[in-house]
Design a protein around this ligand. Structure first.
Ligand code: G6P
Length: 604
């Protein structure tokens, strides 16, 4: 997602900032900007799209001698990817770059607007710079104004701020989003939201902790803890390689992306949850007018997310919903009527089969919606409406965080539609929204769980196959669990509805058949349990996932007790992802680039 860089020193500042931003490109972004302060003059450049556009805009700018600068790459979450919404955000005499979410921005914006402040962007970030200037006009020094500003911010942030009266200083703060301060020799200071931006530049760094803040010049870094006590700056050498920096210490991108799900889900939900309704700013108000049916189409993991949606849309919005694999749909001469909303789901927005179904539906005059992770992708450009999943760039070929964000968007969509069609009580929508709010913590990986899965994985390396089984939405989750395992371990795995095992597959049951049983407490527990017992009676090796004890299992992964089955869904999803990954690692496979697979399949 977004990236931050900063520099104080005498080297060419523009090049250092843009070079640092380039190292953060892998996180994904759709606009970028820098501001440089030199000889009491600010030079600001912003551009939509890739860094090359920013470089072109700033091509005539050169710095000589001492200067300070801050830069940012933005992945749009709050407002469209436009130049006005790109960082740095501008006040009368100050500039700010920010990663994270200012949760109380609306409240702050209202009170600043009341005082006559004019906002030019749709972002939450802009309040920071205006709030700072509001305090600056009342208190003595920029640093006091900065402290007063931080005291009013709620939410997550990593931010850098520069202001005209202190032209040798960058003010910084970190709370919830990463920020690193680095130095080289005695007279250069760097900032970055990740190691990657600092490699080859800073020699030693401080990884800021939550609540820390301060200010830096070329020679000194003044650091405070959350209780405003001065801290000793403790530097560590920066010795990582570029690739390991991008992986942020994780062994594989897939692992990083599994761990990242907590933060990306917070982004997915941001601005879309109200007390008892779901708000999608991006949806045209008439999208559902005249619609009696929904048809979903997708491939691979996105297809599994679409399958989950069929349960949720029919259950919540009482609308007939069906799902199809895109490559099948294309050639089976489907009946399409204009009262059907055609929804495609795609991480990349480029998958050829899915894109073709979208073109077919458009040609037949259907209204179309895409749920996608990549703004400006072919599908987003083509569909009548789009909802972005905000997962950030996904590098691992085996999709993880993209799936999590797709399911959460589809769940929100089902509640949005339930509200419009009045098929659920507002109180029930409100209850589910409160469950949605817990997702970032539900998917947080606990060390003990990961360690258990790592140990357990050694018992599941051989055998003649895996069955992942579940009912209701846990059936598509079982399919997704089996797909993850197949993709990266090359072991044979199938997903099955647990009630269907007795109609054939149970013939395979023996100790070398591994059954991964999804036993949520709040969805058809007894029914699923009976199906698992049938397999256990035939000596299949069972690994169960449940918050409840299950004595017929050979291995039991105890999940937390949640109030709602969808929270159980998300916790089990993470466990299945880690389980596959640990098996693949033990088998010595390339987890991020499994054989024969591609991340984006743009051929039929
Ligand atoms: C490929 C990838 C899968 C992905 C599928 C659909 O097969 O390997 O991980 O789920 O394409 O991709 P999409 O970008 O349309 O979600």
């Amino acid at each position: 997602m977004c990236g931050i860089v900063g520099y104080i020193g005498t080297k060419p500042v523009k090049e250092i900032l843009i070079d640092g931003l380039r190292e953060l490109e892998y996180r994904g972004y759709d606009s970028a900007g820098i501001v440089v302060l030199q000889n009491h003059q600010f030079s600001l450049f912003k551009a939509v799209g890739k860094l090359i556009n920013l470089e072109e805009k700033a091509s005539l700018f050169e710095s000589t001698g001492f200067s300070i600068g801050i830069g940012h790459t933005r992945w749009a979450t709050h407002g469209k990817p436009t130049e006005l919404n790109a960082h740095p955000h501008v006040g009368a005499v100050s500039y700010v770059v920010h990663n994270g979410i200012i949760e109380n921005y609306q409240e702050l914006k209202n009170s600043l607007t009341h005082e006559g402040v004019q906002f030019v962007s749709q972002t939450d970030t802009e309040v920071i710079v205006h709030l700072f200037e509001h305090h600056l006009s009342n208190v003595g020094t920029p640093f006091e104004a900065f402290k007063a500003t931080l005291a009013q911010l709620e939410g997550a942030y990593a931010l850098l701020l520069v202001t005209a009266s202190e032209d040798k200083t960058i003010f910084f703060a970190k709370n919830g989003s990463p920020m690193i301060v680095g130095r080289r020799g005695e007279d250069e200071t760097f900032f970055g939201s990740s190691d990657a931006a600092l490699i080859g530049k800073a020699q030693e760094v401080i990884y800021l902790e939550d609540g820390q803040y301060g200010y830096a010049t070329a020679e000194t870094i003044t650091l405070f803890d959350p209780h405003h006590h001065a801290l000793q700056s403790r530097f560590t050498p920066l010795s990582v390689t570029k690739l390991s920096a991008q992986k942020e210490g994780y062994r594989f991108f897939m692992e990083k992306e599994i761990y990242e799900q907590s933060t990306v889900l917070a982004d997915t939900l941001m601005g879309r949850l109200r007390e008892d309704e779901i708000y999608f700013e991006e949806l045209p108000s008439d999208l559902f007018e005249g619609i009696c049916e929904i048809k979903l189409c997708a491939c691979g993991t996105s297809y599994h997310a679409a399958m989950v949606a069929t349960y949720l849309l029919e259950r919540h919005a009482k609308i007939r919903t069906s799902v199809e694999i895109a490559s099948e749909f294309r050639y089976r001469e489907p009946l399409l009527t204009p009262d059907t909303l055609f929804v495609v789901i795609s991480q990349s927005g480029e998958t050829a089969d899915t894109l073709e179904t979208l073109k077919m539906a458009k040609k037949r005059g259907l209204k179309t919606l895409v749920i996608c992770n990549v703004d400006n992708s072919s599908m987003v450009r083509l569909a009548d409406a789009s909802i972005l999943t905000r997962a950030g760039i996904e590098k691992g070929v085996a999709s993880t965080k993209a799936f999590a964000t797709q399911v959460s968007v589809l769940w929100m969509l089902s509640l949005h539609l339930a509200g419009l069609r009045q098929t659920l009580e507002a109180s029930e929508i409100g209850r589910q929204i409160s469950v949605l709010r817990t997702l970032p913590s539900v998917v947080k990986v606990e060390n003990s769980t990961h360690e258990q899965l790592r140990r357990l994985s050694k018992r599941y390396l051989h055998g003649h196959g895996f069955f992942f089984i579940g009912r209701d939405v846990f059936f598509p989750l079982a399919l997704e669990g089996a797909l993850k395992l197949k993709e990266i371990s090359y072991l044979h795995a199938e997903g099955y509805p647990s009630g269907e095992m007795k109609h054939g597959p149970i013939a395979l049951a023996d100790p070398e058949l591994f059954t991964i049983a999804l036993l949520p407490e709040h969805k058809l527990y007894d029914k699923t349990k009976s199906n698992v017992e049938e397999l256990s009676a035939r000596d299949s090796t069972i690994c169960s996932l449940s918050p409840l004890d299950f004595d017929k299992a050979d291995d039991h992964i105890r999940t937390h007790s949640h109030s709602d089955y969808m929270a159980e869904f998300f916790e089990m999803m993470v466990i299945l992802q880690l389980f596959s990954m640990e098996i693949a690692i033990r088998l010595g496979n390339d987890v991020d680039m499994p054989r024969n697979l591609a991340k984006s399949v743009t051929v039929e």
